[in-house]
Structure formats: structure tokens, C-alpha cells
Design a protein around this ligand. Sequence first.
Ligand SMILES: [Zn+2]
Length: 936
Amino acid sequence: MEPEALAKDISSLSLDQTASRHTGRKGRRPNRAYHTLGSASGTPNTTPFLNASVSQDSFQFTPNVPQAPFSPREIQGSPATMAIPGFPQGSPALMPQSQERLNSVAESPAAAWFPQGNSPVQSSSHFVSTQRWEDQMLHLAKTFETSRDSVPPLPTTVYYSLDQGSCDPRLLSLSMYNIPVDEHLRSATKLPLGLTIQPFAVTIPEEPMPLVDQRAEPGPLRCKRCRAYINPGFKFGYDSTAMCNICGVKMRMPSNDFVSQGFDIQGSDTSYKSETQKGSVEFLVPQMYNAIQDQPAIPLHYVFLIDLSLFANENRSSLAVVEGVRSSIEYIAEFQPNCEVAIMAYDSKVRFYNLRSDSETPQEYVITDVNDVFLPFCNGLFVKPRESMSLIDATLDKIVEHISWDKFSHVASVCYGSALEAAKLAIDTVTKGQGGKIICSLNSLPTAGNGNLVLRKDDAARKNLKCDNDLYKKLGNQLLRSYISVDLYVTSSAFVDMATVAYPVEATSGNLKWYQDFNHERDAFTLINDMMQNVANITGYQALLKVRCSTGLNVDQYYCESSDFSDTDPMIPVLTKDTTLDVLLKYDQKLTAGKNISFQVALLYTDIDGNRKVRCMNTSGAISDNIGEVFKFLNQNVALRIMIKDVIQSLGDCNFPEIRKAIDNKVVDILTQYKALVGGSLTSQLVLPEALKTLPSYILAFEKSELMMPNNQSTRGNARIYDLFKYKNMNSAQLHYKLYPQIVPLHVLLGEEDLSFYDANEKMLQVRPDSLDALSVRSGHQHLTNGGCYLIFQGETVYLWLNENTNRMLLQDLLQVDQEAPISQISLFGGSLPEVGTEVNQKALDVVRNWGHITNKSYLPVVLLRPNVDQHYAQVMNQLFCEDRSIHRIESLDNYLVAMHRRIQEKLKDDDYTKVQTNTHTVEQDGNLLQKFVQF
Ligand SMILES: [Zn+2]
């Protein structure tokens, strides 16, 4: 078939999106339009009606063929709470607020879209921009009920959830909720079976997890055999036994627990109430669970370690870092009052500061022999900030004085490796090995002391992205074993060998931030906020994580440096709200179709105040031998995350064109399997599984990322390594915005409700169905209107795009700028939108707030993006417009889909796919059974 004809086929995939959408509440008075939109918006509106026989599962809101009754979950051991589907009125956990919300489903703007039968709630569009709004609309008035709903909303959707015995999917989610009965069926999907854990994700409604005090020995009730923790899947017998849902072994309950055990779930006076009803609980645990036996757990200790070398002082990044340290310590004094802090600095020497509260003036101790660091003193090294605040301020002032005035003493070389060793020694000594957090800045390649990286000319072009320096490798591992985590703020545009110097950060699950071309005026505010935000995000430390699954499945690998990408349980020195971990599972044996399978994640950790806890999260899936049902209940987010992690692990010698080919083969395989085995092998159209509609868009965006750039200039340059680090560490929402930025036009005709908050808690942003097309802007140049005005978000920064034709009245309403002033003179004070009080300004502020909420950031910098004005314009636009053909000639999304389609057709014609026989579970053409991405 000709490409043009194929392209036509693909364009016909989009539904006539206007037809079904005039169902919501009628918009009231529309707001002022700042631009009359012609057809220039580029949103698809020319599509013919989709032939319903083509793909029932594809691109339809309401699969109209009712399926056999199927419940992906059941509440084990609690038979009665779900009498009325969707309205668990008997549930004791239901809050009045949620009840109200459930009752208001009928009034939802998207009420007409709710699917019938057993299908997951999903939007219809295969355009990321439209899918996001649709998914949000679907969840405005619908609470996610964890015992009834299985596949979670998109990571970019804000939703309320109700824990009914499975945990909130933001904490723990599976890639497949209908789990293939065996490895043969799994391999026929070509998709990974795994899970994503974000143990401290912020859930809505925001309530603390139930806390159960089990500090008395022996601690929480656990399975005698597999050591799983008590959970709603445990089955209690009247003969004082309990059966474990993980290993299936029955055990006798401790005798004193029998009388009050929790088989009456609805009762009010049972012990084990939270544990047997809630999918997630926290236990306070006895001393035998401590990180170091016979030592009480203690509050977190911080070391702030500041680069005071010549170049850090010249670009004034050291000044910004000092202010970041000050703000962070003020935050700790107020919100983490039990924690202790130390301040250190380094250039070619290491400097310690005594913060003892009874001392009146700042005292500095300088260690000159940096090859063999020692602690000059212990008393006063760490202090509670509240007790020493004035001395801390005086010390930081003294450092500022040194940066600003002592210029003759500044030196260019930095002993970064030795400084880290010194900070580690300080924490090890004072906490007796209990661990802590090092927050460090670095502005140049280390050239003094231990870990001196003499710059070789070809360093940036070496063909691997790994740390191959023994000192940093050893240091990273030692820090990990000591429960010490490193955050690193890099402020240099010059090559610093980030793959090496940031290895201790990666090994210890810390944060890496890079400010390219650090400019004090532009970046100081962001850096200070980043530092404070990262401190505020910390939730605990000394963590060990363990995943348990019902018999038949097991952990294949944790995607985590600390477990060396094996099945070894990972250590996480310091936990944050963003800590996210992906896990690949494997089959030990064939499962039994029709049964449920349970998953439990247990996280043992110390909270920042020094309380030892176990955070326990449970979920489940149903076992299926029907590949169609498996494809229907997929969670694209987890599958995408694991696919990307697999690529990262196999970068090898950085042959990026070859790696891209392997990724494309993988996508073709998945889509071929679906088309051949599930839907639409008779049609000539491209058929995407409903649950994976936007997978090609995200995968293509990944192929165009900084990490995957062709390596003709530099393999190990700062930009590539920083990008790699993000893929390893970002939470799901950030990852999605990073891959495919969201673009919100402000110049279009908006109703009062559009881009305003739907709920009283101001979490969910709404749009009217009528506005959906205008607000869904695809990430491509041709979809941008000349003279428009857009907010663009890529996960960390919000860009405000405008050009010389942008309506001046809009800019006045939005930013309160003079109508006559040229656009080059517009600036944003403090990297934020001003609060002007006009409607469009309020909407823009709400959009930014909403993005901050979704990505768990209290502050998002807003940066202007103007053609011919802003220096970074071209570079940023290239990264933002992921649907366009890239400067390195990687295809546009439309052409990519055409190429995919052609290859799928060829494979089908050649009978080149893995076949399954339903019900007998044999795979005729075996293929490669290994799940690992590269070996598919
Ligand atoms: Zn067990």
C-alpha cells in the first residue's frame, strides 16, 4: 500500500470526537477569546466515523459487546461489602465526602462516557494530548475503588481513590491486571509482567496511612513460612488459624489474639482492623527490626557540603547554594525539628564548621591533607538547627563573605572525592553508622585529592555511560552500605564527567540536579527552591524493600543500582515522596486461571524522627488464559517504564541507531501480536490495543530524547548523562510529561469552567467537553498557531510561549504588561506568573498549580519562550516537539505509525508472530521466552 493511503488509514483512527461530547453541563458565559481559531489549530476534526466492526477494543469509549461477568478483584474474606456495584455503602471506610462524590457520578460532564460491563475506564484518543484531558474528565466525578477498579488512571490524571483492601494504585501498580496463566501466554503479548512502586506517592484524599502500633515483641503478625505481613488477603478460620495469601500455608494464630481477631470485618472492636481492611498500612515495629541491632533508631542527620572553588564563586553558584542551605536548614528547624545538620565546604581543602550553640562566633577548621581526611572535632559538628540558628546564620554569612571578598584565596581545583569521604566520615562517626543525607554542590571536574579525574581529551567520547573509576564506585557502595545518600547540584556547563562523579548519587538513590550555564539572576531562585523542596520531600531513611507474590510468580529483578539489577532486595538509604522503583516478575510455575494472585510490598524504614516502621502495600490481579482479556487490562505506564528501564540497562557501547532499531522491533512485535491474536487481523487499518493507544507516541519521544541522540560529538556529555539519570529516577507523572510535554493554549475561547478546579479541594482541573478539541494541542510545530499563547510543561519547567503576533490584550490580562511594550521586554519576576486577578491569569495559575500537584512539586519555574528573543528557544523547542521529525532525522509520529503499520502487515503476511491456542495454552511458535527487552 502507498504511504499516502496508509496515512489516510491512520488519520481515520481518530474518532469523530465532537459527536459524542455534547453531553456535559452546558457551559455558562464563555470567556473572552483572544484569538479566533480557524482550522489552524491542527486538531483532528476531519475524521469519518470509525467502523465499529474494525476493533471493538480500539478507540471506543464504550465497548458495546457485554463480556461475561468478570471481576478482576474480589475482597477476600469480606463477603458482604460490595452488594451494590460501584456503591460500597456498607463500607465502614467510606467518607461522607467520597459518598457525595460517588453519588454525583451522574452529574459528571463525562457521565455519558462511562463504560458498561467490565472494561477499564479509558479514554478514546490515541493522541496523548487529547487522551490526558479525556482521562481527567472521566475521573472528575468517579472515585477509583480499589476492589472494583483495576487498571489505574493515567499518571497525569488527578483522581480520588478509596482503599477497599487493595492499596491506592499510585503506591503500587501492576503492568497487567489480568495476569497470563503462564510464561507462554505472557511471551505471546511481548509485554513485561512487572510492577511499579512509589511508596510515598501523595494520594487523594490526602490522609495519613493507618498506623498500627506493634512495637511490642514479636511485632506485626506475619506468615510463619514466607514472612508476609498480615493483610486483607489473609483468611481467618474459626479454629484460630490464618491462611497466608502469598504462600498458601495455614498457621495457628497466637493464642491471645484469637478472641478478638478480625473475621468480622464490619465489627468495630476488632484488633487487626486496619490490617485486614486496608490495602496499605504502616506498622510501628519493635527494636529487633532496627537497622543496627541493639542501637535505637535516631532522627536523620544532614551534611551540607558546599563547593567554594574559584569558578563556583565566579559564576556565583556558590552564593545561590549558600542561600539554598540557609533555606533548607530553616525548613528543617521548623518541620523536621528532631533532625541534626552539619555544614562543610571544600575547594582544594576540606572545611568544617563548628555549630555548637554555646559558641558565639563562627569557627572554621581547614584540613589540608585531603588524601587522608580526619575529623578535627565531633562536639558541635552536628546540631539541631533550632538550638544553633544564630550561629548557623553567622557561619553562612561568613562563607558569603569569603566568596565575595577573599578573592585572592580562591583556588580552581576541587577535591570532590575527598570531601565526600569527609562527609561520610562525619556521619559514620556521629551516628555510629546509622546513616544520613549529604547535600553537595559541584561546579567543576574534580582535580585534587582522592578521586582526582584528570581530564583526558577523549573522555566525553568514551563509548559507555558507566562509572569506571574505582574510587567513586567504591565510595558509592560504601555510602550505600552505611545508609548514606548523596544529593548533587551541578552548576557547570563544562564537562564534569557526570557518569563518574554522580555515581555515588545513583548508587544511593539520591537526587541529581544540573543547571546548564548557571546564571545567578536566572537560576538562583530555582536552585534554592529545588534544594528546599528536596529536603521537604524526604520521608525516611535506612530502608529495605521486599516484594512478595503468590506462589507461581517471583521477582526477576529490581531495576535499581543498589540491588545490582538482580533479585536482591534493594536498600534505599534515604526515601522521598518521589522514590519510585520498577520490578520485573517471572514465572516459577504455571498459575491457575480464574484465581486471584496477591502482591505485597513491604518497606522497612526509619522515619525522619527516628521511628522504625514497616509500610505494607497490597494489591492483586486475576489469572487469565485469554489473551484478549490480558490485553484489555494492561497498564501502559508500568509496561512503558519497564521497557525504558530495559533499554537503559542494555545501552552497552552506545550504538544508538541500533538501539532504536531494537526498540522499534519491540513495538512492532507487540502490535503484531495484538492484531494477529486479538483484534482486527481482517482489517487493513493499523489497530492499537485500547490500553496501549499512546505507547508508540511515548516510545518515539524516548527515541528522540537527549539520551538517545546520535553520538558523533559526545557520548558522556553532561546533557546525555543527566537525561539518563532522569529516566532512572523520575516518578511516573514526571516521566510522562518529560517524554510528551503538555501544551495548554490560553488564547482560545474558554468557558468559565474550563481550566478551573472541579473539586472543593482544588486538585482536579476540568475542561468542558466542548473545549476539548481546542485545548488538546499536539506536540508539533504545525499545531502551534502563529499569534497564540501557550503554557508548555515538560515535567520540571513550565514554558510560556508567545510571539510578536500574540494578542496584546491577552498579555495584559495574563501578565499585566504594557500593551505597547515589545515582547522582548516582558519578564517574569521570580520565575513565576504574577497574580493579576483576571480570569485568564487565574486559569493559567491554576494550570501551573495543577501540574505542580501532579508531579509533586510545590514550585515550578515558569520560563518565557519567545522566537527570536530567548537564547535557548531553538534547543528547547526541539526537545518539546516530540511529534515532529527530529533534527537527527528521526521520523515524525505520523510517518512512524505508517512505517510501523507496514511492518506489521508484512509480519502478518509472513505468518511471523507467536501463536497461542486458547484454552490449551500451547505456543506453537515459541520465540524467545525471556522477557528481557533486548532479547525479545
Ligand atoms: Zn506465607
